[in-house]
Design a protein around this ligand. Structure first.
Ligand SMILES: [Fe+2]
Length: 258
């Protein structure tokens, strides 16, 4: 078994004290990472919107916290990121831009779903990325037969929230067509939606994960005082990748502003 953690939508700003929607995102990430570290995951996967506005200083602020964990981590970009700037900054002894991570009996493939002409923050998986994914899965099937988890920023499944639908992966059907051909693919996890979802399509588990800062109210959620508090809290996801291809996953919350 290998334990990894998904951390997403950190929205770090150029000033460590600055706020996004009344949350000091750098401090919020610091608290989330302190909690993550207690679980001793083998690797961290950051699934985009690392910076809110894509400045160099924001990535350096992020790097300071990521390095302090002393845990190996990989990242992929979100719609708020500047890929050129982050590619230059986000590399260190602990932080890597690699897009294939092999852990135990599993591989994790990291995709770029950013769409430069997006109107609402919607995503696209380019033909180049689809071809790369198909190639990685086909090669794996021939050689290693590793169980596979795929990470990306945008959601390739419905969240049940109308305004988020227009921000999903526009060509999600192309993505599903590829992954459905490979039974080794067990899970797809993503950020972007700033709340938790967990749905199964064609035996693949699709997992949306809360941001480390501000959240979106989940669909069809009964509003009680306690529940408001639970879904508003910053969070992250633990994924226990078992040797037989099974997956145990759980979202953890940090009640730092309660
Ligand atoms: Fe985000």
């Amino acid at each position: 078994m290998v334990l990894i953690a998904q951390i997403t939508d950190t929205h770090i700003l150029a000033d460590q004290e600055a706020e996004m929607r009344e949350v000091k995102t750098w401090h919020s990430l610091e608290k989330v990472l302190a909690e993550v570290k207690k679980h001793q995951p083998a690797a961290l996967i950051f699934t985009g919107d690392i910076a809110h506005e894509g400045e160099k200083e924001a990535y350096l602020n992020f790097l300071e916290l990521a390095n302090a964990t002393q845990i190996s981590s990989c990242w992929l970009p979100g719609n708020h990121d500047n890929l050129e700037v982050m590619s230059k900054q986000l590399s260190s002894e602990f932080v890597s831009a690699k897009k294939v991570l092999k852990v135990g009996k599993w591989q994790i493939l990291l995709l770029n779903s950013c769409f430069s002409d997006a109107k609402y923050g919607e995503g696209i998986i380019s033909q180049e990325q689809l071809d790369w994914l198909n190639h990685q899965l086909a090669e794996n099937e021939k050689k290693d037969s590793l169980f596979t988890a795929i990470a990306l920023h945008h959601h390739p499944v419905s969240t049940g929230i109308d305004w988020l639908e227009q921000m999903s992966v526009l060509n999600a059907s192309d993505f599903h067509e590829i992954i459905n051909q490979y039974p080794q693919v067990k899970t797809v996890f993503f950020g972007h939606i700033h709340h938790e979802i967990n749905v199964i399509h064609n035996n693949i588990q699709f997992l949306g994960t809360p941001a480390t800062c501000t959240q979106v109210k989940p669909a069809k959620h009964e509003i009680t005082a306690a529940e408001i508090q639970a879904w508003q809290q910053p969070g992250f996801r633990l994924l226990e990748l078992q040797d037989d291809g099974k997956l145990i996953t759980e979202v953890k919350r940090i009640p730092w502003f309660s």
